[in-house]
Design a protein around this ligand. Structure first.
Ligand code: 5GP
Length: 191
């Protein structure tokens, strides 16, 4: 293998480094653990595929150091929208595998932009009678403050730019990039 990674040439600049992500996740895990110290039955983490997959894996392991026990659930939803913006109309592609009645649910989200997907998801989960529902989002964009989605735990506020890496894709690629960055304009021109 040559030095460097295939994606190095496509990244314009790094927004959040691998090290910053790691530190922030430990911080978030400590907060969530402290707030759920008495949660009966532990925490039920709900990951929204696919963007949150890296965050889910690292966050769950960090939570293991500090918190009550956790269980993991995965949902897949498709949000009807134009290109890179979501409409808030959501279709479930993969539902929960179990009943969440009486459980302490924490939704693990990659990034909150318009907040429409999340606001739909919260209503959906709340209709299933959990004891509590909270949200931990690793990234938040400026538009998210306009909508009334109570995201209790936020990792980083980032600028209003399209980012990739750490689970976030462009056309299904770049999810494996270990940091979060912005692509060079010519990458979009090629696709
Ligand atoms: P919202 O409903 O909050 O507008 O959209 C949230 C979803 O849009 C995120 O879960 C993520 O999948 C996607 N998204 C929002 N901003 C970005 C971005 O900058 N890059 C990527 N790759 N996906 C994004």
């Amino acid at each position: 293998m040559a030095d460097g990674s295939w994606y190095d040439a496509d990244i314009d600049r790094v927004i959040i480094s691998e090290e910053q992500i790691k530190e922030k996740i430990a911080e978030l895990a400590q907060k969530v653990a402290a707030d759920h110290a008495d949660a009966e039955g532990g925490i039920l983490l709900v990951c929204v595929l696919k963007g949150a997959v890296m965050f889910m894996a690292d966050f769950a392991r960090a939570l293991g150091h500090y918190g009550p026990s956790t269980e993991m659930e995965f949902m897949a939803v498709s949000s009807y929208g134009q290109g890179r913006t979501s409409s808030g109309v959501v279709r479930i592609l993969k539902d929960l595998d179990r009943d969440i009645t009486g459980r302490h649910v924490v939704i693990v989200e990659d990034i909150v932009d318009s907040g429409l997907t999340l606001s739909w998801l919260m209503k959906y989960l709340e209709s299933r009678s959990p004891e509590t529902v909270d949200v931990v989002a690793l990234f938040r964009k400026p538009d998210a403050v306009k909508v009334q989605v109570p995201v209790k735990y936020v990792g980083f506020d980032i600028p209003n730019e399209f980012v990739v890496g750490y689970g976030l894709d462009f056309a299904e690629r770049y999810r494996e990039v270990p940091y979060v960055g912005v692509l060079k304009p010519e990458v979009y021109a090629r696709s």
